[in-house]
Design a protein. Structure first.
Length: 486
């Protein structure tokens, strides 16, 4: 069996001199920096071509398919973004309707725009991250929601959901796949944050095993692979595999990085050869960490019955600072304190919580530092609510005030070139937006072009701004372009 990295290292020591791209000629002396120039090549003899894989890359992708229980797997060197774009474009025709969870990544919205699709939204129930917080977490999508939407919209061409979400919430993919297949249309699953699923009983099975037709995994998010590496899997015969392959060929670079592809191949090799050893150690470490964080008095380790336990979501809701004046302690402050005082960089922060992403690459020393830091911060805080009967899953409710009314699809907004004005976001309630607005991470749009902006969404954005977040997606900071007739 031949692995790409081994083949690249053989080339490095072969004595073969390259009169071909790339221009560094596998020589790092010019720059003097420790980048992997020596294994960075182009499509030369014996190293296959990702777009027409017949050798080492074909075999590598087959190994990935076996590891993930997929019928067919493709390397993505442009991240999960290119996988989602290719999946949506390949499963729809221009002008089709698509059923999608409203908390999909912005790349799905870009695919909707490119194919001029008519989106029908499923709104996940909203969960509260704390005692007093308004519902601020996207909960699971249900098969019942999907079934009702398909019944009302029989022209739907494909369904797209995200599970796990950026915050770690898991939907019942098996039930949703069964529901979608009754209509003989494909389920596209954005499982970018679940690349570790299926390799230990502590985590759910992955989407390929649960019946999804197209599944996208970001290897780099939770497994030892370089940034920008991901996988697209295809299963069954409902999704148009040929069209998805076509779009992968269109959208992926014609000069894919062999360094990135080698990192994917090594990641899969690790899963093949040391899966049990690595995941047993990782799960033991995670369980110990979660147990030690349960003793915090003011901060709270949040979880719910449908959760990816690799994510440590720390709720700050109800916690107060009482040094000079009593004020709320926010997720952003926790994020900043951990980075500035304890040299711990978290994944993201929200007004009422912060997320530490873990992975098999974590060490016991790193986990111990996080536990010690959180306990020390917790000891300096005061509590606003002494009610210990709080249950993190009791506050589930769907808040319609956050839902923007969809008036036009994003693809229709080009018709309104001369009917726009820019206003402050705080004053945008009731207007139809021409721009996106989101915080990044996670890149889930708060506002989509063609939507009438709700008062609840404006309130949510103001809260983000007040707690130190930048709103992205708009051309002018603090303002948003809307139709001037509302």
């Amino acid at each position: 069996m031949e692995y790409l990295y081994d083949k690249l290292k053989k080339l490095e020591y072969s004595g073969i001199y390259g009169f071909h791209m790339p221009g560094h000629k596998r020589n790092g002396l010019l720059t003097g920096v420790k980048l992997p120039y020596e294994i960075d090549i182009t499509e030369i003899d014996g190293f296959d071509d990702l777009h027409h894989a017949e050798g080492v890359l074909r075999d590598a992708q087959k190994r990935a398919a076996m590891a993930y229980h997929a019928d067919e797997t493709h390397y993505l060197i442009n991240g999960s973004t290119v996988g989602l774009l290719s999946a949506v474009l390949g499963c729809t025709q221009r002008g089709n309707s698509i059923l999608m969870a409203r908390n999909c990544h912005k790349s799905v919205y870009n695919a909707v725009f490119l194919n001029q699709l008519r989106p029908v939204y499923i709104y996940p129930e909203l969960l509260s991250s704390g005692r007093e917080a308004e519902a601020d977490l996207n909960g699971p999508v249900t098969a019942e929601q999907i079934g009702e939407a398909l019944q009302k919209n029989p022209d739907i061409a494909a369904v797209v959901i995200t599970s796990p979400t950026y915050d770690g919430i898991i939907s019942d993919v098996h039930a949703i796949a069964d529901c979608v297949h009754r209509w003989n249309i494909p389920l596209i699953l954005d499982e970018a944050h679940g690349a570790h699923f299926g390799f230990h009983s502590y985590f759910p099975k992955n989407g390929n095993e649960m019946g999804a037709d197209v599944v996208i995994h970001s290897l780099h998010k939770t497994l030892p692979s370089l940034t920008q590496t991901a996988l697209l899997h295809m299963n069954g015969n409902i999704a148009d595999r040929e069209r998805i392959r076509m779009y992968l060929g269109i959208l992926q670079s014609s000069s894919p990085s062999y360094v990135l592809m080698a990192s994917m191949d090594e990641c899969i090799r690790l899963l093949e050869e040391k899966r049990e050893e690595i995941f047993n150690r990782y799960v033991d470490m995670l369980q110990s960490t979660r147990e030690q964080l349960k003793s915090m008095e003011h901060l709270r380790l949040w979880e719910c019955p449908v959760y990816d336990y690799s994510k440590l979501l720390i709720s700050t809701d109800g916690s107060l600072i009482t040094e000079e004046e009593t004020k709320k302690y926010t997720g952003k402050q926790l994020y900043n304190d951990l980075r500035e005082k304890y040299l711990l960089q978290l994944e993201m922060a929200a007004p009422n919580y912060a997320i530490a992403m873990t992975a098999p690459g974590d060490t016991a020393v790193g986990m111990s530092r996080l536990i010690a830091a959180l306990n020390e911060i917790d000891g300096k805080l005061a509590k606003n609510n002494e009610d210990e009967s709080y249950n993190s899953f009791d506050g589930c409710e769907k808040l319609t005030s956050y839902i923007n009314e969809q008036v036009y699809s994003s693809g229709e907004m080009y018709k309104f070139t001369n009917k726009a004005k820019k206003i402050y976001i705080q004053e945008s309630s009731g207007y139809i937006s021409k721009e996106y607005a989101y915080i990044y991470p996670p890149g889930i749009p708060l506002i989509v072009p063609g939507e009438r902006i709700s008062e609840g969404t404006v309130r949510q954005i103001i809260q983000y701004q007040q707690t130190g977040f930048d709103i992205q997606g708009t051309l002018e900071k603090g303002k948003i372009e809307v139709l001037d007739n509302g």
